[in-house]
Design a protein around this ligand. Sequence first.
Ligand code: OAD
Ligand code: ZN
Length: 286
Amino acid sequence: RSRLDDFCTEDDVLKKLQSAKKILVITGAGISTSLGIPDFRSSRGFYSRLSNLGLSDPQEVFDLDIFRSDPSIFYSIAHMILPPDNVYAPLHKFIRLLQDKGKLLRNYTQNIDNLEANAGIDPEKMIQCHGSFAFATCVTCGYKVKGSTLYPQIRAKEIPFCPLCVEQRNKLLDQDAYVEESYGVMKPDITFFGEALPLLFHDNINQDLRDCDLIISIGTSLKVAPVADIVDKVRGSVPQILINKDPIHHCNFDVSMLGYCDDVVSYLCDKLGGSWNIDHPSYESL
Ligand code: OAD
Ligand code: ZN
């Protein structure tokens, strides 16, 4: 996809925000960093903190095969990524504002912090592309529980087991029989490398790509497929805006607004004026 010739300035962005009716917003970990939640790949991001786990690549904490062979690796760090209660950032408020103005087609979030829900994004307007902690599933029998029932064990860095399988697991262990490490282990329904994305993603993305009239990618390095591929698949006439701390060179954005995303959207809201208000001081007034 080549860039649009007639969409390249800040004014174009402001006009399009006013006229757009079906905005597809793609978000990643960068929209929550202002709350002290680390992103993944920045120099001080989550992956930089995992050097003591003995993994050849820190992304392996979310690798399905590795989880199956040793679930204790994931459960030694899972407490660090549990969703926080009651907080959200100005950027989440901006997405909520787009929703309130009837402009939000859908927010495709890669985040598992669930802060979109805290900000009041309608569940129908949001797709958690990499799943969430809302539910957890037994890797052996598929039994599901509410994710929050596992939080005490996750906080204690213990491995949670399935109530239906744990007895059999202990019996096999007592008999010195072979038991897979992950037999009867509960896994939160967050999408690991090697797993398919939630059905909701596949059910909606093609129609949303046909319907959207603007794409805004915010706080994501766009390094993980298939979310990273969304921006390549949209029709050429749909403007694409990037709001991110670091530039992204492997995608063709029409306008890249580089900076802290809370500040960039506050700046845009100030320029738009009126009901475009997210109660966050804009870059200029900081
Ligand atoms: P990354 O850590 O790869 O990228 C975060 C991006 O946000 C970087 O480009 C930063 O420059 C930018 N950023 C950080 N703070 C920012 C701020 N305040 N304002 C604007 N931009 C900021 O995170 P994701 O792209 O979300 O998967 O990573 C995608 C997936 O990779 C995650 O969902 C996760 C991970 O493996 C799973 O957990 C399954
Ligand atoms: Zn089970």
